[in-house]
Design a protein around this ligand. Structure first.
Ligand SMILES: [Zn+2]
Length: 278
């Protein structure tokens, strides 16, 4: 799934290419693509695209009368639609501009979760943004201490929970825990201020690394291409210490970590219960 750096860089690319272009028509291509009914998307027809923004892992196409919130979910992509075929493969929705260009939302797979919310007014007041926590890159140490003090949960789950902190997914949760030298299974209430500080620094460093990689591309990367130290690198040497990266399945999630850097050398077993996970 694209996370904060991928979506941010993509928003920048789209804005560079399409800002100022006038929307001729927004056209859903499936029954499930448009998730809202009021306002009608036609309120934005004949309007210029003002900007393309990101909130969490979500793209915002901002028009004067309404914002089109585009959630890519797992397999969605929003790309230049060069062919403008009548029935594009995996096509969900299309934006046609008066200059003849078009953008196409596609979603690979059968989940059909990607979609478009057209909302008037402040997008943060509406689904799917209404319940998002603060953006991960906006959280300072004080705010992190407060967030960690909320509902007690494991740090890996906390980082992935968009209602608590927005923009991170499985890959960055793995990378951030490793960079901060924290067990992915540490409980949020047990982290002290120094650890909160490490976490904030690790988020900044991992997001910056992803952004640098992503901004050098002209298309969104696939998850396998993205830089990192631990995510999907089971068996490879840890770049910090040389120990072998391990994986453990927990609550349907595969978590990647370095035992030496993160768990005092302890190797975690699948479905490990709390006694190993302190
Ligand atoms: Zn290591």
């Amino acid at each position: 799934m694209p996370e904060l750096p991928e979506v941010q860089a993509h928003a920048e690319r789209l804005e560079e290419a399409f800002a100022g272009a006038v929307l001729e028509q927004f056209r859903p291509l499936t029954f499930t693509a448009l998730k809202t009914f009021d306002p009608d998307p036609s309120v934005t027809h004949d309007e210029p695209l003002e900007s393309v923004r990101r909130r969490g892992k979500v793209l915002l196409l901002v028009f004067p009368s309404a914002t089109h919130i585009v959630h890519l979910m797992q397999g969605g992509r929003l790309e230049l639609d060069e062919k403008q075929a009548a029935k594009p493969r995996n096509g969900q929705a299309r934006w046609i501009f008066t200059d003849g260009r078009a953008l196409l939302l596609t979603e690979a797979g059968t989940e059909r979760k990607a979609g478009v919310w057209v909302v008037a007014g402040e997008p943060d007041d509406h689904e799917p943004l209404g319940r998002l926590g603060p953006d991960a890159v906006d959280v300072d140490v004080d705010a992190m201490v407060e967030l960690l003090g909320g509902e007690n949960t494991r740090i890996h789950g906390f980082l992935r929970d968009q209602r608590r902190i927005a923009g991170l997914g499985r890959r960055l949760a793995n990378e951030i825990c490793h960079r901060a030298r924290l067990s992915p299974f540490a409980m949020t209430n047990k982290l002290d201020r120094d650890e909160a500080h490490s976490l904030v620094e690790a988020i900044g460093a991992c997001v910056d690394e992803g952004l640098t990689y992503e901004r050098a591309r002209d298309k969104m990367s696939s998850s396998k291409e993205r830089p990192g130290s631990v995510h999907h690198r089971t068996g490879e040497p840890c770049p910090m210490c040389g120990d072998a990266i391990r994986e453990v399945t927990y609550n349907r999630y595969t978590v990647h970590y370095c035992p030496t850097c993160q768990t005092d050398g302890k190797v975690l077993a699948d479905n490990t219960t709390s006694k190993f996970l302190k």
